[in-house]
Design a protein around this ligand. Structure first.
Ligand SMILES: Cc1cc2nc3c(=O)[nH]c(=O)nc-3n(C[C@H](O)[C@H](O)[C@H](O)COP(=O)(O)OP(=O)(O)OC[C@H]3O[C@@H](n4cnc5c(N)ncnc54)[C@H](O)[C@@H]3O)c2cc1C
Length: 394
């Protein structure tokens, strides 16, 4: 026997974007349902591995600056309501070579300067530092003489799973229904609204948001699907002697750009009370897959290759002993920008969000709010029109 229920809004996928939408919708008193194929926060998508960088001086483009600024306010609001630490504003470095390999496409090229431009435009504190200045402030950062850095003191880290969990908990407490472990198999629409089907139920609502992350191919028209490339990323935690020396009071976030795209390296602080390893990663865009098929295991060879080629010589005290490794998914558009737009087949009843491209988490709290405004009020305070489909092929 199928369930027959009606909601104001159904959110399909309750990760970073979905949890934010559920929190915002329930805060407004809407009758809202969230459905997820797993039980978020979980380790199968794009929102796990403890921490995410955030920066107000978003070198990715000025269209993102209002979103991240609003998200910083919401992280603080969530902390005040929940009593949990979600946002460490402990600063963020962008370390860059002075010269790039010219023949290579590298979306990090001139990122220190592009971030400085955004900082100037939005009155964000931001300094450009020499390698000697970085070493003096943070001797653990083994920056080379031919590198320099941008530093934003208002940047830092957001606790990823904690932010998702808190928003889902607050949504439930405000009356939201959240159904875990139930993949949505179909979405349809008619004049009355939308119908969302899972193996165990059929649910009706006025509107829906699809925030399925790397599973977006299961929901968008086939002609648009090739615009979303899912890549396998690996996050490592390497041993350090005294983990508290790498905590928020000592180590800002470090986004380390290489001369070539594939030389990217990132190092995150050790959050208080977390696993005692230093979280580090690189990025790759070659191993394209789907979340249904992606290799979830990390091999010993991958670990030693990463340490040798990316980790060694970057952070004082980082040892080759890997305490944990985890696979995480990027979902990239061709221009690395987000898609937040109406589903082309559902007549302004279903809003689709694909806000990853490796930089979505920092904006997620504000995207959730803006999406709920768009589907319920018809328009969001922070404009989302720059994230429309029409720039993509298909
Ligand atoms: C390694 C890594 C590092 C990153 N670093 C940063 C960073 O430093 N700063 C930053 O801002 N961003 C960063 N990002 C990007 C950021 O984490 C993502 O943009 C963000 O987490 C994406 O959230 P999401 O809600 O779209 O996806 P997810 O959190 O994966 O949520 C999608 C949800 O949809 C559910 N779902 C899928 N299919 C169905 C279905 N059929 N039915 C029901 N539910 C379904 C899934 O189970 C999942 O819970 C990083 C990403 C990765 C992978």
């Amino acid at each position: 026997m199928k369930n027959e229920k009606r909601y104001d809004l159904i959110v399909v996928g309750c990760g970073a974007m979905g949890a934010a939408a559920l929190y915002q919708a329930s805060k407004r008193g809407l009758n809202v349902l969230g459905i997820d194929r797993y039980d978020p926060p979980h380790e199968m998508g794009s929102s796990h591995a403890e921490t995410r960088f955030t920066r107000l001086a978003v070198g990715e483009g000025s269209q993102y600056a209002p979103l991240v600024a609003r998200a910083h306010e919401i992280w603080r609001e969530l902390e005040a309501i929940s009593g949990e630490e979600i946002f460490y504003q402990n600063g963020l470095y962008i370390i860059s070579p002075k010269e790039f390999e010219k023949e290579e496409y590298n979306h990090w090229e001139n990122f220190v300067e592009r971030s400085a431009d955004i900082a100037a435009g939005f009155k964000v504190p931001y300094e450009v530092l020499t390698s000697a200045e970085v070493r003096q402030r943070h001797p653990k950062i083994l920056i080379k003489d031919d590198e320099y850095a941008g530093f934003e003191p208002t940047g830092g880290h957001v606790m990823a799973e904690r932010a998702v969990a808190v928003q889902l908990r607050l949504a439930r407490e405000a009356g939201a229904t959240i159904i875990p472990n139930q993949p949505v198999t179909q979405i349809e629409s008619d004049e009355d609204g939308v119908t969302v089907t899972t193996a165990d139920g059929v649910y009706h609502a006025g509107r829906a948001i699809v925030s399925a992350g790397a599973w977006i191919h299961d929901f968008v028209p086939q002609s648009l699907a090739p615009n979303f490339k899912v890549t396998r990323q690996v996050v490592f935690w390497f041993q350090v002697e005294n983990p508290e020396e790498y905590g928020p009071d000592h180590l800002p976030g470090i986004l380390w750009v290489g001369k070539k795209l594939e030389e990217y390296f990132a190092c995150f602080m050790v959050p208080p009370g977390s696993r005692p390893g230093l979280k580090v990663l690189t990025e790759q865009y070659i191993d394209v897959s789907t979340p249904h098929e992606i290799a979830r295991e990390v091999t010993e060879e991958e670990i030693s290759f990463f340490f040798e080629h990316f980790g060694a010589g970057k952070i004082e005290g980082m040892q080759p002993n890997c305490l944990k490794a985890s696979v995480c998914l990027y979902t990239h558009t061709p221009d690395d920008d987000f898609v937040i737009d109406w589903h082309p087949e559902f007549n302004e009843k279903v809003l689709v969000v694909s806000a990853c491209s490796s930089h979505g988490f920092k904006h997620s709290a504000a995207i959730g709010e803006a999406m709920v405004q768009k589907v319920i009020d018809g328009k969001s305070e922070i404009p989302l029109n720059q994230f429309a489909w029409d720039r993509l092929a298909g």
